[in-house]
Ligand binder design. Structure first.
Ligand SMILES: [Mg+2]
Length: 367
């Protein structure tokens, strides 16, 4: 293939390049990496006891039909030599963090689905690699180098197809689905293999004579909506290889806040604005000490009946001074005047979102 998902086609001005990266048998592979005795052997991460379930199975175990979410007793029956290993989530989390750092070398638009899976939008990737398939190759090679583990990748023009594609050459492979090949790829696929279609929906589709992507595509939008409600439209479009969902970067709030409960309830603006001052001092001092910055100021108000409301305001760049923090906080309070009930507590917080730093770094890049 010379053309691919990366090519800007005339039909869609916002053609995107999305990679779905999925680690191969993640927990089990980490255990085999860290304990050579487990290599080449059927391994299940999870509890071996009566009520235990398999959290992850090595490829050697999968040959015997051992799958994640399978009761451990069933797994043991299918594969008598199965070795059970206790999960070490702290280790998996640390490896997951290493992997995310590798992703971040290529794009800030990372949507983790779990510790071992993520969507990346690499339409405009930081290393300006023209083809998404090459970004995927670079990421997978780097993951191998840093963690010793194999990853597979699916590369396409939307999330739905990228996720399907990552399964297609597993383990340790990658696959590209282009706008030209997308609809055909979906055609032959059993509906049960569609991401988001579970066994129950799959059975209902089968009962309606819908077994493959092609069967689904032969239905009208009205039919799909009538039978599957809100999801009907989503199915209708994915059966045509169309999925406009964006890759959503996960944003974790980190905030610094302070609050105070008054000795008696307040209703006057001036009195409350005065009470805000020490809170603003405290928050600002803390931010200055920690070197943390934030773009979102939140005012918390607790009334005398213990009802709590919060009001926030975000600014485009990090709040730069105590005065700015005061101005924003007081304005939020002003907006609540006159207060609907006597106020018993006020709080102020300044929060940043993970990723804000990168945004700012990007703004500062030379053109
Ligand atoms: Mg995986």
């Amino acid at each position: 293939m010379t053309d691919d998902a990366d090519a800007q086609t005339g039909s869609s001005p916002r053609q995107r390049k999305i990679i779905h990266v999925d680690m191969d048998a993640f927990y089990a592979s980490v255990e085999q990496r860290d304990n050579p005795d487990l290599r080449g052997k059927p391994v299940a991460v999870g509890g071996s006891r009566e009520r235990g379930v398999v959290a992850a199975a090595s490829y050697e175990a999968r040959k015997f039909g051992v799958r994640s979410a399978m009761p451990s007793v069933t797994a043991k029956r299918q594969c008598p030599d199965l070795i059970f290993v206790k999960p070490r989530f702290e280790v998996y989390k640390a490896v997951s963090q290493q992997i995310r750092e590798i992703f971040a070398e290529h794009t800030p638009v990372i949507e983790p689905l779990s510790l071992d899976e993520a969507y990346l939008d690499v339409t405009e990737n930081l290393q300006q690699i023209p083809l998404a398939r090459d970004v995927a190759l670079a990421i997978r090679a780097r993951i191998k180098e840093v963690t010793g583990l194999n990853a597979s990748a699916g590369i396409s023009y939307n999330k739905f197809l990228a996720k399907l594609a990552s399964d297609h050459r597993k383990p340790n492979g990658q696959y590209v689905i282009t706008p030209e090949t997308g609809p055909a790829f979906v055609e032959t696929l059993p509906v049960g293999k569609f991401h988001g279609i579970g066994p129950a929906t799959s059975a209902r589709m089968n009962a309606l004579g819908i077994f493959t992507g092609l069967d689904m595509r032969n239905q009208t939008l009205e039919f799909m909506q009538a039978n599957f409600g809100k999801s009907g439209a989503y199915y209708y479009w994915i059966s045509r290889g169309v999925d406009h969902r964006e890759v959503r970067a996960s944003r974790i709030r980190k905030s610094v806040g302070a609050e105070t409960t008054f000795s008696q309830d307040l209703t006057a603006f001036d009195a409350m604005a005065a009470e805000l001052q020490p809170l603003i001092d405290k928050v600002w001092r803390h931010c200055a000490d920690k070197g943390s910055r934030g773009r979102t100021v939140t005012l918390k108000v607790k009334f005398n009946d213990f009802q709590i409301i919060t009001r926030s305001r975000s600014v485009p760049v990090a709040v730069a001074s105590r005065d700015d923090l005061e101005r924003l906080s007081v304005a939020l309070l002003q907006n609540e005047m006159p207060v609907r009930k006597p106020v018993r507590l006020l709080g102020v917080s300044l929060s940043s979102l993970q990723g804000d730093d990168e945004d700012e770094a990007q703004l500062g890049l030379p053109i």
